[in-house]
Design a protein. Sequence first.
Length: 192
Amino acid sequence: MSLTTVAELRSALGVGSLYNDATLQEVCDAADNVLLPFIWNNSTFNIGHSNTATTGTLYFTMPVYDVFYVGQTVTISGNGAKHNGSKTITSVDKYSITYAITGNNNTPAPYHPVNPWGTVAADTYLDPSAIPAIQEAALMISVDIWQSRQAPSSGGVTIDGYQPSPYRMGNTLLARVRGLLAPYLDPRSMVG
């Protein structure tokens, strides 16, 4: 479920039944895709993986022995079918975790990189859908996305005025809602 509902977006835009739900839902989903990676979460990115016939191993760039523990259940994604899903950790080394894998196509594979990086998510204690400030930010981003679809330049740009373009989908998209999101932003997402 999206942080912004179709009904909320429809009401904010004042479009009534002019557009179908699927079109508005695409905008709500896009807002989530833009916003949620920046919200604090309990996930770590892995850079590679390997496997034997019965175990899979994920590799990280940072030490993970203080991040994960044996017996912990994590949700792995972005690592291929035999690695993805809910897994219980059986071993934790300085830069890797190991877990059991099942299936009939578990040909042993040596270490190889994962591009883009995979994600290992543990239990999270922040529910963005329960925080009004995050929901409002999602609605504002949804409105900006919708308005960009309707009027892509969102205003005039003078050639000789040296005015920055008011393009809504630029680098200021999140900056306009950062005040609402400040307490919930993941510091790892603000590098650069």
